[in-house]
Structure formats: structure tokens, C-alpha cells
Design a protein around this ligand. Structure first.
Ligand code: SF4
Length: 331
């Protein structure tokens, strides 16, 4: 780890001013990813700005029935919050499926959005990695790529986004609020993360001086049921091979509302728009669910190590929708 200057921001304006004065600086909240990156010399900021004292720790109900989540709300607190467990149980399920209790107690909502990939080569200074060192190559392409992505990847980077929480937020139509010296900006969560293309080191649309202050969720669709399903190598403390966040409402045997997002398969939380289009107004049957999954996955490209993810994603989408159909019918 290299030496850096430590600065504790007492309020949002000071934090924004400080990062504006030094765009190479980094904010630190829970530190559950940044500290690893500092230790491995992957992040080398001259200044670390501690934002844990900012008043961004509330979960509030909005007048339209949605909720506003402060960027510094700890993951464990959010997962257990009454507004989340009662209105957005899928979000709670997603958070609780990730990391460990200790990590969830430290990790913040804003930091969860910005955590970096867990590609092994990214953390290995001896490996070629375009994300860590632009232009150096990608050792995952000819190497161990079982955990890597099949949707939205490029020949320069196959890494997946590691968050479970973000997959649920993508399906829930979340909006991210930021502050900078230029004012307040609102970004749909599905537009926050970039695809790698030829610049995998550029991971989000945020400017260097932007601070995430909150996440807002619209009210959940009335009468819909939702679920987060995660498939992984072991039952806890493992990243998703494939995950599915789904919201479903069926009326008179046809799908009237559907939102689907995938995790573990793409460089960003992957909203499955092609599957949603195929499902909307279709009969709520296993055949429709299968057709929708296939519509989404026609764009998938696999490497030898991760080709299994395409079939796994198809089956996980279908199984999740099947479960939701049964749950909705029983309600
Ligand atoms: Fe680096 Fe991406 Fe290749 Fe992993 S997949 S080695 S993060 S360029």
C-alpha cells in the first residue's frame, strides 16, 4: 500500500469540494473493497476522503410510495429495514445472498454500486489485465474464465460485476442520485455502469468528482410478486455464477407486468429487456418463459470455461418465473 493523505469530510459540500480539488482522490465508506484495492496497489489515490460522517444514512418513504436510501446506509441495515422487507423483499433477498454478515455490516449502499470486479487476474499484479493496466491484454480470455461474463463482454474484457444488490435494483427501476460542484444529477441505475468495449478501465458514467448521495426506488408494481435467485458454487460467501431478479404479475393467464435482471453473466447488472419484451402479454406458461430466456440469451458469447452459463441462465430464468407464477397464483 502506498502512503496517502487522509481527510475526513464533515458534510457533503466539503466532500464534493475536496474531490473536485483532487479528482484522483477516492471516497471511502465501508472500505470493504477499496481497502483490498489499496493493499494490492490497484488503487493508488493521493488522498482518501472519509465520508462515513456524512448525513446519508436514512431510509425514507417518498410521497409516491417509493423509498429513498441514503448512500451510506449499511447493507445489513437496508436488508432488514421494514420498508424493504415489506415492499421490496427481492432487494432484501439479494443483499442477504451476498458477502458475509461482517462485510454486510460494513458495506454501504453507494459503495456496493461501485465495487469492482472480482476477476482473479485483475487482482494479480503479474497478470495482463486491460482493466487494471489499459492496453496490457486480458489473461482471462485464454485462461481461467469460469466466473466470467457471456453478455455485454468484449475482446478486451470479460469481467462480471460482482454485486447482488445491484441486480435487484436494476429490476426495481432504481435511480442513483449524485452531487458534484455542478449540482445534483439523477441517473437510472441501468445506465450507471458501462460495458467494457475497448475501455474496460472506465466502469461507470460518473465523473471523477461525483459523489453518490442516494438511491431512489419507485413504488413496487401493485399486485406483483418478486424474487432474487442466486446460483453459486457454495451456499454462502460466493459470487453468483448466475442470478436472476424478477418481478411478475399475471392477469387472466397472461403476463401483465414483468421486470427481469441478471447477475453473474455481464459486466454490469443486466436488465433483460429482450426477455421482458417477449414475455409482456404472452401466456404465463413454461413455454413463454423458455422463449423469453432464449430471446435474451441469443446475444450471449461464451468461452470454453464459461459456456455452461448460457444454459444455466436459461434454466434459472425459467425456474424463477415458474416459482413466481406459483406464488402469484397462491396469493
Ligand atoms: Fe482484466 Fe477484464 Fe481480463 Fe479480468 S477479464 S483480466 S478484469 S481485462
Amino acid at each position: 500500500m502506498r502512503p496517502f493523505t487522509y481527510l475526513r469530510a464533515p458534510d457533503v459540500a466539503t466532500a464534493v469540494r475536496a474531490i473536485s480539488a483532487e479528482p484522483g482522490a477516492k471516497f471511502i465508506g465501508g472500505g470493504t473493497n477499496l481497502v483490498d484495492l489499496l493493499r494490492e496497489d490497484i488503487e493508488q489515490p493521493g488522498t482518501v476522503i472519509d465520508i462515513t460522517g456524512l448525513p446519508l444514512t436514512g431510509v425514507e418513504e417518498l410521497p409516491d410510495g417509493g423509498i429513498r436510501i441514503g448512500a451510506l446506509v449499511r447493507n445489513s441495515h437496508l436488508a432488514a429495514h421494514r420498508l424493504v422487507t415489506t415492499r421490496y423483499p427481492m432487494l432484501s433477498q439479494a443483499i442477504l445472498s451476498g458477502a458475509s454478515p461482517q462485510l454486510r455490516n460494513m458495506a454501504t449502499t453507494g459503495g456496493n454500486l461501485l465495487q469492482r470486479t472480482r476477476c482473479l487476474y485483475f487482482y494479480d499484479g503479474a497478470a495482463a489485465c486491460n482493466k487494471r493496466e489499459p492496453g496490457s491484454g486480458c489473461d482471462a480470455i485464454g485462461g481461467f474464465n469460469r466466473q466470467h461474463g457471456v453478455l455485454g463482454v468484449s475482446d478486451d474484457c470479460l469481467a462480471t460485476h460482482p454485486s447482488d444488490m445491484c441486480v435487484a435494483l436494476a429490476a426495481l427501476d432504481a435511480t442513483v442520485e449524485t452531487r458534484s460542484e455542478h449540482g445534483v444529477r439523477r441517473i437510472p441505475l441501468v445506465d450507471l455502469h458501462r460495458l467494457p468495449g475497448t475501455t474496460p478501465h472506465r466502469e461507470t458514467v460518473l465523473a471523477a468528482d461525483e459523489l453518490i448521495t442516494a438511491i431512489e426506488l419507485p413504488p413496487p408494481p401493485s399486485g406483483a410478486v418478486s424474487r432474487y435467485r442466486k446460483v453459486r458454487d457454495r451456499a454462502s460467501y460466493a459470487f453468483a455464477l448466475v442470478s436472476v431478479a424478477a418481478v411478475l404479475k399475471v392477469r387472466d393467464g397472461s403476463v401483465s407486468t414483468v421486470r427481469l435482471a441478471l447477475g453473474g453473466v455481464a459486466p454490469k447488472p443486466w436488465r433483460a429487456y429482450a426477455a421482458e419484451r417477449a414475455l409482456l402479454a404472452a401466456p404465463a406458461t413454461e413455454e413463454s418463459f423458455t422463449r423469453a430466456a432464449e430471446a435474451e440469451l441469443t446475444a450471449a458469447t461464451a468461452r470454453p470455461g464459461n459456456a455452461f452459463k448460457i444454459e444455466l441462465a436459461r434454466r434459472t430464468i425459467v425456474a424463477t418465473l415458474r416459482d413466481l407464477l406459483a406464488e402469484g397464483s397462491a396469493a
